[in-house]
Design a binder for this molecule. Structure first.
Ligand SMILES: [Fe+2]
Length: 377
C-alpha cells in the first residue's frame, strides 16, 4: 500500500452525480451550459440522438462523431480535438462504450491543456474549464467512474495509461435507453468485463472493505441476472446490470485489477477487443490463482457474500456468459498466435509492466503468464 486508505476512501465515498434509472437522461436538463459538445461513437441511433438533443439545455449544441476508430489512438484523437477547438464547448458529454469515454477524456485534456506532457503526468491539480458528463452505452467498461484513460500504442502493440482522479466525470448517466437495442454479444461480453473488475479487484493487493461491499453487491446482481443463461432483459433488468457494472468500475478504480487485465491490454495490440480478451482469460486466471489457498479462500468469501454457493458457482457463471458470447473465433486466433506470444520477451515484459495488473495478488512472472495462457486453450 503506497498511500493511506483514507485518501482513497475520499474517492470511494465522494461519487460524481449519478443520474440513474429509465429516462434519467432527461436529468441532463438540470445541467445547463452555454455550448455543449456531445462526442459519440458510430452506433448512436436517431432515437438516442433525438432524446439527448431534447434533454440538453444549451445555447449551442454540437454532436461530434469520434475521430478514432476502435480503441483510442493518440494520433487519431486530434480530429476530435480540432472540432472541440473550433466549437469551444463549456460542457462535454461522452456517449458510448469505454473507448469513446476514454478517448473523450483525452480529447478534453488536450483541448484544455494542449501542452500536456504524457511522459510527465502531473495532472492532480488541474483546474478544468469544461464540465464533463459520461453516458455509457455498455454495461461493463467502468470507464465512466475510472481515474484513468487508456490509449492504444499501435507501434508498441500495447496500452498506455493516463491516471488522475481529475479525469472522473462530474456527472454519470446510467439510463437503459442506450442499451435496450444493444446486440446480445455486447451485453454479455461487457458483463464479463465488469465481473472481472469485481473478481480481480476483490482479490487485489489493495484491500478495502468499502470496495468489497460494492464488489459483493455487483456480483450478486450479475449472478441473479445471468445464472440461467440467455433470457430477455427488461429495461429494469438492464438498468440493474448498468448499476452492477458501475459497482465493478468503482472496485476496479480503487483496488486496481490484475493479470487478466494485464494480458488483455497487451492482446489489444493483436486485435483482440478488451472484453472478449477478458472473457477468454478470466477463468484460467482464477484456476491458476486458486492453487494458492489464501487466494482461493478470498474467491470463496466473494462467492459466499454475493449469495453464490461456492467458487464453482462463479466459474459456472463465467461459463454461462462465455457460451452466449461465442468465443470460438477468438480462441482459434489466440491459438494461432500463442507460440509467438510465449516466445516474445517484449509481450511478456509488457504484461509484467502493465499498470492494470499492479493489483495482482501473485507476482507476475513469465512462467505464470504462460501457465494462464496455456489454460485458456
Ligand atoms: Fe476491464
Amino acid at each position: 500500500m503506497w498511500q493511506p486508505q483514507g485518501f482513497y476512501s475520499k474517492y470511494l465515498l465522494k461519487q460524481p452525480t449519478l443520474l440513474f434509472g429509465e429516462n434519467s437522461v432527461r436529468g441532463l436538463y438540470n445541467f445547463p451550459a452555454s455550448r455543449v459538445a456531445v462526442v459519440h461513437g458510430k452506433g448512436l441511433s436517431e432515437d438516442q440522438h433525438s432524446v439527448i438533443k431534447k434533454s440538453i439545455k444549451a445555447f449551442e449544441l454540437k454532436f461530434i462523431s469520434k475521430s478514432w476508430d476502435k480503441e483510442p489512438v493518440l494520433q487519431e484523437i486530434f480530429g476530435t480535438i480540432e472540432e472541440l477547438e473550433r466549437f469551444k464547448p463549456d460542457l462535454i458529454v461522452a456517449v458510448g462504450g469505454g473507448s469513446v469515454i476514454d478517448g473523450t477524456k483525452i480529447a478534453r485534456l488536450l483541448y484544455e491543456f494542449p501542452f500536456f506532457d504524457f511522459k510527465n503526468q502531473k495532472i492532480s491539480s488541474l483546474e478544468w474549464k469544461t464540465k464533463f458528463i459520461a453516458f455509457p452505452t455498455t454495461i461493463g467498461s467502468g470507464a465512466e467512474i475510472s481515474s484513468s484513460a487508456v490509449l492504444l500504442n499501435r507501434d508498441k502493440k500495447s496500452k498506455e495509461f493516463i491516471v488522475s482522479n481529475e479525469l472522473i466525470p462530474d456527472v454519470i448517466i446510467l439510463d437503459p435507453i442506450c442499451i435496450t437495442t444493444s446486440p446480445k454479444k455486447i451485453i454479455y461480453s461487457s458483463a464479463i468485463d465488469a465481473i472481472s473488475h469485481i473478481i480481480e479487484g476483490y482479490t487485489s493487493v489493495v484491500d478495502n472493505i468499502i470496495a468489497d461491499v460494492y464488489a459483493e453487491k455487483g456480483l450478486n446482481i450479475f449472478y441473479n441476472s445471468f445464472l440461467h443463461g440467455e433470457r430477455p432483459f427488461t429495461s429494469t433488468d438492464l438498468n440493474r446490470l448498468q448499476l452492477a457494472g458501475y459497482f465493478g468500475g468503482i472496485v476496479q478504480n480503487h483496488c486496481i485489477v490484475g493479470v487478466a487485465h494485464a494480458i488483455a491490454h497487451q492482446l489489444a495490440g493483436y486485435g483482440f477487443i478488451h472484453s472478449e480478451a477478458i472473457a477468454l482469460i478470466l477463468k484460467s486466471v482464477i484456476l491458476v490463482n486458486s492453487k494458492d489457498r489464501k487466494i482461493e479462500c478470498k474467491y470463496e468469501k466473494l462467492a459466499e457474500n454475493s449469495g453464490i454457493d461456492s467458487l464453482s458457482g462463479i466459474i459456472e457463471l463465467i461459463d454461462n456468459i462465455n457460451c452466449q458470447i461465442e468465443l470460438k473465433e477468438q480462441k482459434d486466433k489466440l491459438k494461432l498466435i500463442m507460440p509467438k506470444l510465449i516466445n516474445s520477451s517484449e509481450f511478456l515484459l509488457n504484461v509484467k509492466k502493465d499498470a492494470g495488473g499492479k493489483g495482482n495478488p501473485i507476482p507476475i512472472t513469465d512462467e505464470y503468464i504462460i501457465e494462464i495462457l496455456n489454460g485458456v486453450l
